[in-house]
Design a protein around this ligand. Sequence first.
Ligand SMILES: [Zn+2]
Length: 242
Amino acid sequence: MERSCERALEIGLPAIAFTDHADFVKVHEEQHCVDIAGYLDCLERCRAKFSGLRILSGVELGEPHWFPAETAAVLAAGPLDNVLGSVHCVKLDGAVVDASQFKEREGVDVAAATREYFAEVAAMLDGGQPFEVLAHLDYPKRYWPAGAAAYEEKDYEAEIRAVLRAAAGTGRVLEVNTTRGDRLCPDLTVVRWWREMGGQAVQYGSDAHSPDRVAEGFRVATQMVESAGFKPARDPVSLWRR
Ligand SMILES: [Zn+2]
């Protein structure tokens, strides 16, 4: 976290938010849910050390609608500035599968699994959990199998619009995740739909996972959200409004 703050100052960011994962499904052995008390301690140390940088707290809740008690326990640690909700996993034939593993799994119809993914995102939005930002809406496209027909937003337009309707109807912010500079998630087509469906705001996330990737892809994201009709908001700094 300290090195990410140093990096933020080096590249001229006015602010940074740390939204560590609170994942309650264990997909990888090394995966763990945020130690929220330790996280907040570290955040305070960063705030004391980097007084010229605005440091926001946050968390990325994974499938919070499946884990209301665990979610409440994380959020009870104190008010957080930026709470993201995300879906990584869906249930396929009774098994919980991360979308990054669709391609490795025998007999998975990727298009059907992706429709299931969007249905799960809509369920999360309607699930009454207290998060304000919808993270990486089209996450499965990052791990699209090389052999399958290319991912096209229009093939899932009805499902994506249903997600956007649920997000706009509950006053959520849409995250434009830059995948550490690799690709926009979601990209222009979906952000335009977001505006059409009444979406009010977008915010960036670089999903950095390491200090050298902080804010990677934000220039491209800026061009994209501006061409979709959003303008910078005064506060907080990463928010863009219609
Ligand atoms: Zn995520």
